[in-house]
Ligand binder design. Structure first.
Ligand code: ATP
Length: 582
């Protein structure tokens, strides 16, 4: 296809506002694309490379302005281009405002010299951009500018408009991923769901469009995950324990590690992967030869290749993973076992030099929590619990623990441990759910931190059992009555807290409270209002269980408010106000 024809279609699409009309136009464009279909499916989104590829044009905006300026004539400078851009705010508009084609020199093609040359094809633009991305080493930036100049110099105004936008990944014609998906399905008469699934496993809009056209639904169904090619990570929504237990029979609970997301690909017989320089960049065990295929690749959440920056992960996988696999997990920076702020990991991701030295300063640990592929089998459609079992069967160290339970107390205990260990809290996942790449659905919930805490008075407790028989536990909590700002004239019960308390704290709390025990009835004791606990919770509910008429959902011990007397504890009036605000 002529690039002019593509630019024309892009202009028509840009002029539309209704989604259905846009999809129709893109559908027509795909139908007419011929062998350029994969490129066009990317160009309409302003992409040059497949979404999974780490490759970029690696050309800063300034170089693009420079190329435009050179193609525009001797009296135009990059600064002029930038000034116009500041005025109009769209590099496409700026590029279209110049007359190109008169410039000679390095990179100006033989056809340069005509102002409206129609011979620039989509394939040529794609090839040039491909070559430009591959340029490396001394003088590569100049060669990139030359190549771009050559393209602009052959472009008509309309072509320049879309060329500039593609180069700077700012297509802005209203075509998103969903449009390309729907247009692919419509153009080649295949179900949208089949396109969607193929996109999830391949992350390659161009290839999916080609397969849809040439091989139909069966071809799409045959597209699988490929070792070495990253897929988008499944994402989480904010949610509560209440949401999880209301929606699912049981919840899978994991620590929410405070690190950075990674996707690890491993194949001991070599990943199907090519390094930027085409050598394969080996990292196999017995290799001192760069041309060996590598066994491990590590990708960040945005699918950037971070393998070289994380040799610990590469080593860990080689040592502990038994089968070709794709793992999802979190890398955490630690100091003597304690997690460091996640910025430490991100710093390592960016590290290109002196990795060995950085490694001495900060230890990195992998916590794998999911398994997308194992030993030749794609697991995206298996339930989470089964995927986790599979993960445990192939990885002998560094697997995150997973608890499946419908007991909110147990969930609270996991959360307390996670917080104690210095991590962020917990993730709640539907144990039956499949893995949906790139989706932020309701199947993974990151537990929202408590919005507010309440300071409540301890008015009762229960003696523990077994190992905890000598300790008071399960503390009965009360809010004071009276005005919100006034003094207490009584206490009304509102809930019990048993979680979030370590054995050590239980001993201290027993020592603190035992002198104030008023009466005892079996394991239950009544305690004179003396001690104030700060308590976290997820929700305040109306409930006949307690004398206040309210109950706390998912209460969690935070601390003893030693600085507060019972009279300063939170009032029932405040509880009522918070309940109303929910
Ligand atoms: P968002 O994903 O909402 O854009 P974010 O990247 O800041 O935000 P969070 O929302 O805080 O991350 O939580 C989701 C992230 O938590 C995951 O992307 C992952 O990096 C991290 N995480 C830590 N532990 C787990 C776990 N056990 N399961 C899934 N994700 C986990």
């Amino acid at each position: 296809m002529e690039f002019g024809e593509f630019a024309d279609a892009a202009a028509k699409i840009e002029a539309l506002s209704a989604d259905t009309e846009i999809t129709e136009r893109v559908t027509t464009l795909f139908g007419a694309a011929g062998s350029d279909l994969p490129v066009i499916a990317r160009f309409v989104q302003g992409r040059v490379f497949p979404a999974w590829a780490s490759r970029t044009l690696d050309i800063g905006p300034n170089y693009c302005y420079e190329a435009i300026a050179r193609a525009a004539g001797t009296n135009v400078s990059a600064a002029d281009v930038e000034d116009r851009l500041a005025d109009v705010g769209d590099i496409g508009e700026v590029a279209a405002s110049y007359e190109f084609g008169g410039q000679q020199g390095l990179g100006a093609f033989a056809s340069g010299g005509t102002t409206d040359s129609n011979d620039l094809t989509v394939a040529e633009v794609a090839d040039e951009l491909d070559g430009l991305a591959a340029a490396e080493g001394a003088g590569s930036q100049d060669r990139k500018i030359d190549a771009l100049f050559g393209l602009f110099n052959r472009a008509s105004s309309e072509e320049a408009r879309y060329l500039a936008r593609i180069v700077l990944s700012e297509m802005r014609i209203g075509v998103g991923e969903g449009t390309v998906r729907d247009a692919t399905a419509a153009a080649f008469d295949v179900p949208v769901e089949a396109v969607e699934r193929a996109l999830q496993v391949s992350n390659d809009y161009g290839e999916v469009a080609r397969v849809a056209r040439d091989e139909g639904e069966a071809g799409l169904a045959a597209m699988d995950l490929e070792l070495g090619r990253p897929v988008q990570a499944m994402l989480a929504q904010a949610g509560t324990v209440t949401d999880a237990l209301d929606d699912w029979d049981e919840a899978a609970v994991e620590w929410k590690f405070d690190g950075a997301r990674v996707q690890v690909h491993y194949d001991p017989s070599g990943l199907d992967w090519e390094a930027e320089d085409g050598t394969g960049g080996g990292n196999s065990l017995d290799s001192d030869d760069e041309t060996d295929a590598r066994e491990v690749a590590v990708f960040s959440r945005n699918m950037e290749d971070v393998t070289d920056a994380l040799p610990e992960v590469v080593e860990h996988v080689r040592e502990h993973l038994d089968a070709p696999a794709i793992l999802d997990g979190e890398v955490v920076a630690t100091d003597d076992g304690d997690p460091l702020p996640f910025q430490e990991v991100l710093r390592r991701f960016r590290r290109k030099h002196d990795v060995a030295q950085a490694r001495e300063q900060v230890e990195l640990d992998l916590f794998a929590f999911d398994c997308l592929h194992a030993a030749g089998e794609d697991l995206l459609r298996s339930p989470l619990a089964a995927r986790h079992d599979r993960l445990e069967s192939i990885l002998s160290a560094g697997v995150s623990s997973l608890w499946v339970t419908d007991d909110s107390e147990e969930i609270a205990a996991v959360e307390a441990e996670a917080l104690d260990a210095g991590h962020e809290g917990i993730m709640l996942k539907d144990p039956e759910s499949t893995y949906s790449p790139g989706r932020r659905g309701k199947n993974w919930l990151k537990r929202k931190p408590d919005v507010e805490t309440l300071d409540l008075v301890v008015t009762g407790a229960e003696w523990g059992e077994g190992r905890r028989a000598n300790f008071l536990g399960t503390f009965l909590l009360s809010a004071r009555t009276g005005d919100e700002d006034g003094r207490a004239d009584g206490f009304e019960t509102i809930g019990k807290v048993a979680t979030g308390i370590t054995d050590e704290e239980l001993a201290d709390l027993t020592e603190l409270l035992e002198p104030h025990v008023r009466t005892q009835d079996g394991q239950d004791v009544e305690i004179a209002p003396t001690v104030v606990f700060e308590v976290g919770y997820e929700e305040i509910q109306q409930s006949p269980t307690y004398s206040s008429g309210y109950a706390l959902r998912f209460p969690r011990f935070v601390s003893v408010r030693e600085d507060k007397d019972p009279e300063d504890a939170d009032s029932l009036a405040r509880v009522e106000r918070l309940a109303d605000q929910q």
